[in-house]
Ligand binder design. Structure first.
Ligand SMILES: CC(C)c1onc(-c2c(Cl)cccc2Cl)c1COc1ccc2cc(-c3cccc(C(=O)O)c3)sc2c1
Length: 232
């Protein structure tokens, strides 16, 4: 049927895309990924630094999601803690799927593969990166998918489940319409995007194990990562 994006929905897309583009990891942090040392320790340290910066960026982006700050304060924290890993898989996927910025794809893949992570996580992780790359998501879709991931109602400790669900449904409806308009030849495109959200949940479970295996090898995380990932 004819899909119609309302004025309000266009305003919502613009607000989310502006926030997504405004809040990026500073270049002086990401540039460090391009330096010469490639030891497992150096790779882990650099990834920790970028991840920490990414969390700070994520918090700022989330505060700009229309309606987020009207949610219960404790629920805001629960949503951020519950979605950080998934939002970071989405962000690193955009970098690894040769989207942007130029020249980071190879070095980032190398550093992730050689960061002391157990082999068993590599396959599902790089399979996800391949799947995301094949979607050729637009900037709006990336920003909306990240927003929908953050607004997942069934995270641990979320009290007002319905309030979060209402907000997420608004974003899902916008993304659905956008997919129909931007990928007219692919009626299943929206369903494929949602399939990635399921894959993110699985990766999230793997990630808890990844942290444990890094911890046992005495890898240190930053206070912010310890707080958001409940480690140490
Ligand atoms: C603590 C650390 C060892 C860690 O533990 N698990 C993970 C993880 C790994 Cl491996 C894979 C997926 C998810 C997680 Cl959470 C990580 C590293 O997580 C990150 C998180 C965000 C980003 C953004 C990047 C990036 C590069 C260039 C440019 C840009 C850009 O946005 O311009 C972003 S790299 C990067 C690395």
């Amino acid at each position: 049927e004819k899909v119609e994006i309302t004025k309000e929905q266009w305003a919502l897309i613009k607000a989310i895309l502006d926030a997504y583009n405004r809040h990026q990891i500073p270049q002086d942090v990401t540039k460090k990924l391009l330096q010469e040392q490639y030891s497992a320790e150096e790779n882990f340290l650099l990834l920790t630094e970028v991840a920490t910066s990414q969390v700070q960026v994520l918090v700022e982006f989330t505060k700009n999601i229309p309606g987020f700050l009207s949610l219960d304060r404790e629920d805001q924290i629960a949503l951020l803690k519950g979605s950080a890993v998934e939002a970071m898989f989405l962000r690193s996927a955009q970098v690894l799927s040769k989207k942007m910025p130029r020249g980071y794809t190879e070095v980032l893949e190398e550093r992730i593969r050689k960061s002391g992570m157990s082999e068993e996580f590599m396959t599902p992780m790089f399979n996800f990166y391949k799947n995301i790359g094949e979607l050729h998501m637009t900037q709006e879709e990336q920003a909306l998918l990240t927003t929908i991931t953050i607004l997942t109602p069934d995270r641990p400790y979320v009290k007002s489940h319905e309030a979060v669900e209402r907000l997420q449904e608004i974003m899902l409806d916008v993304l659905r319409k956008l997919c129909v308009l931007q990928h007219p030849q692919e009626p299943q495109y929206f369903a494929r995007l949602l399939g990635r959200l399921t894959e993110l949940r699985t990766l999230h479970h793997y990630h808890v194990e990844m942290l444990t295996s890094w911890k046992t090898n005495d890898h240190k995380f930053t206070p912010l990562l310890c707080e958001i990932w409940d480690v140490q």
